[in-house]
Design a protein around this ligand. Structure first.
Ligand code: IPD
Ligand code: CA
Ligand code: CA
Length: 263
């Protein structure tokens, strides 16, 4: 398989479907929105975008299966696409311009391609196996900041699993008072892409799904960053929590996270 060519095709596909999502963002109404959970919104745009993506991705790698947020799992042996057609749906429906498409390709359960397209700024982040990471054709790298006190950190707020809310808030308080600050963009895929290109030193969240992180985590890794679970787990795509960083602040941050999130 030529990963570089397929990545380019996925990038082009994301730009096309991104245009559909952007056009719909101008006309979507509150009656078009359904609740999957209290804080879990979905619309015809999420479903329509996923249908368009799956239709085209099937042509690129006909033997691949799918793990897709809105339509579920189609099993396969060697290859599978992991897709979030619209990451940041709450932003999308509230007309806050940070939302993205996130697509990863796995081969034998290891990610080999990752593409995150942030639609409003027209920024496409991508990487493929044995290569670096790129933003709109230019190489990107994680930041070189090595002090937590100089770091800007991203997170996502818990929205369905509140069992770990107390340690989450205690950690949040610590980081607010000991770093440059915390941001919550509302798209985990964009958070990860921003770690990859050095805008954030780190990103952490629990309760994410494979489609939120598969592409972004791979791009962070290819951009020189580090990934783990809150307890040093190495599997992050199917894990229950994620810390992504520029590698330089990883162990320091992990030590602090572990103090709050005891296994
Ligand atoms: C959500 C976004 C958000 C994160 C949530 C995700 P969705 O995805 O990535 O940033 O905090 O955990 O579920 O529902 O907009 O695809
Ligand atoms: Ca998502
Ligand atoms: Ca989504």
């Amino acid at each position: 398989m030529n990963y570089s060519i397929i990545t380019q095709q996925v990038v082009n596909l994301c730009r096309g479907v991104g245009k559909f999502i952007k056009d719909e963002s101008l006309i979507i109404q509150s009656t078009d929105i359904e609740l999957k959970g209290l804080h879990d919104l979905v619309s015809y745009v999420d479903r329509g975008a996923e249908e368009l993506l799956i239709g085209e991705l099937k042509k690129l790698v006909p033997e691949a299966g799918f793990i897709a947020e809105e339509s579920g799992i189609v099993e396969s042996a060697k290859y599978r696409w992991i897709i979030d057609p619209l990451d940041g749906t709450t932003n999308f429906v509230h007309k806050i311009p940070i939302f993205s498409i996130s697509i990863a390709l796995q081969e034998d359960s290891k990610t080999v391609i990752g593409v995150v397209y942030e639609i409003n700024l027209d920024e496409c982040f991508y990487a493929w196996k044995n290569c670096g990471a790129f933003l709109n054709g230019k190489p990107i790298h994680v930041s070189t900041t090595n002090l937590l006190s100089d770091s800007l950190i991203a997170t996502g707020f818990p929205y369905y699993d509140f069992t770990r809310l107390k340690p989450y808030l205690a950690l949040f308080e610590y980081l607010i008072t000991n770093t440059h600050g915390i941001r919550r963009l509302g798209s985990a895929a964009v958070d990860l892409a921003y770690v990859a290109c050095g805008r954030f030193e780190a990103f952490y969240e629990y309760g994410l799904h494979p489609w939120d992180v598969a592409a972004g985590a791979f791009i962070v890794e290819r951009a020189g960053g580090q990934l783990s679970g809150f307890n040093e787990e190495t599997e992050v795509v199917f894990g229950k929590d994620i810390l992504a960083s520029n590698a330089l602040v990883h162990s320091n941050l992990l030590e602090i996270i572990k103090k709050y999130f005891t296994p």
